[in-house]
Design a protein around this ligand. Structure first.
Ligand SMILES: C[C@](O)(C(=O)O)[C@H](CC(=O)O)C(=O)O
Length: 303
């Protein structure tokens, strides 16, 4: 029998990262296997799967609550599988229904290898937190979502870090949003996410008033919040920063340019990155090595 030791869970790795004093956990937004590989290749030890990006890349639709639990779970499972030692934080929107459904989502995300997920207080037909006229569920309904996640985690004896997100700031104000987050923490949430923070002062106040509960900053250029860099977010007191649209924006610009070059000038080369380099960014050499080591004959002479 092989000597197989159970690996440390990615949820407990993330908890250890959050417990480090004077550190902020910087999470690159990824939205598919390719962007996840690119983030891992530059050395990130954590990934954030954006729901907006998942909906855009998987369905070609804007962040309007169209992706189902299965879409999100499948996407998260694929991303988490690329390097199962790396914690993946994944968007879980509203949890996709009542407590029973949120419990099911929690179990599905745990089984998909997700280390942490965020659940919010918008209605199920939600929209991006940086769009206008969001509708919310009441405070008790939000608490029940968090409690369902926490109860399922306990029932399964499997860890997942629960991030409570409130979208209440925009329509109900700071105090109501804080009350929702405090109740969410009482119901079992580990991390607080105040969506749509409007100023640095508000960000600092929020981190102070959450009294030791790790706080997450959502950096969305062109949204309603100031675009804080990592140092600034840390100085406000945040323990986590996510950048959901970083890769989406980079791809928007670079790919649009390449396609325009093709349609307007017949440029078939684009930036000319060699195909082998592209494959290598997605584990070509490691895959070949794995196959050869196991005695496979397909790639013995190289590829
Ligand atoms: C964090 C977020 O839920 C996401 O899907 O990544 C979005 C980000 C975005 O749409 O830019 C959000 O609602 O803030």
């Amino acid at each position: 029998m092989a000597d197989l030791k159970p690996p440390q869970t990615t949820a407990s790795k993330l908890r250890a990262m959050l417990a480090q004093e004077n550190e902020i956990v910087v999470c690159p937004g990824v939205y598919d296997g390719y962007t996840s590989r690119l983030a891992l290749n530059v050395g990130f030890k954590i990934l954030y799967m954006t729901g907006a990006g998942t909906t855009m890349s998987r369905l070609g639709i804007a962040d309007l609550g169209v992706a189902t639990m299965n879409d999100m779970r499948d996407h998260a499972a694929m991303i988490a599988s690329l390097d199962p030692t790396i914690p993946l934080i994944a968007d879980a929107d509203t949890g996709y229904g009542g407590p029973l459904m949120v419990g099911r989502t929690t179990a599905a995300y745990i089984n998909a290898g997700v280390a942490a997920f965020h659940l919010e207080d918008q209605v199920v037909n939600k929209r991006c937190g940086h769009l206008k006229n969001k509708e919310l569920v009441d405070e008790d309904t939000f608490s029940s979502r968090i409690r369902a996640a926490s109860n399922m985690r306990a029932q399964l004896s499997r860890d997942i870090v629960i991030i409570a997100r409130t979208d209440a700031l925009a329509s109900l104000g700071y105090d109501v949003a804080m009350s929702r987050l405090r109740k969410a923490v009482e119901a079992g949430a580990d991390v607080a996410f105040l969506e749509g923070v409007t100023s640095v002062e508000e960000a600092e106040k929020f981190c102070t008033e959450m009294k030791g509960v790790p706080c997450l900053y959502n950096c969305v250029p062109g949204g309603v919040s100031p675009v804080l860099n990592v140092k600034e977010a840390k100085e406000c007191g945040y323990k986590l920063v996510i950048t959901p649209t970083l890769a989406l924006g980079a791809v928007y610009e670079a790919v649009s340019k390449a396609y325009k070059g093709l349609i307007e000038e017949g440029d078939t080369k684009g930036n000319g990155v060699a195909v082998r380099t592209l494959f290598e960014s997605c584990g070509l050499n490691e895959a070949v090595e794995f196959d050869v080591k196991a005695g496979g004959t397909l790639y013995q002479k190289g590829v």
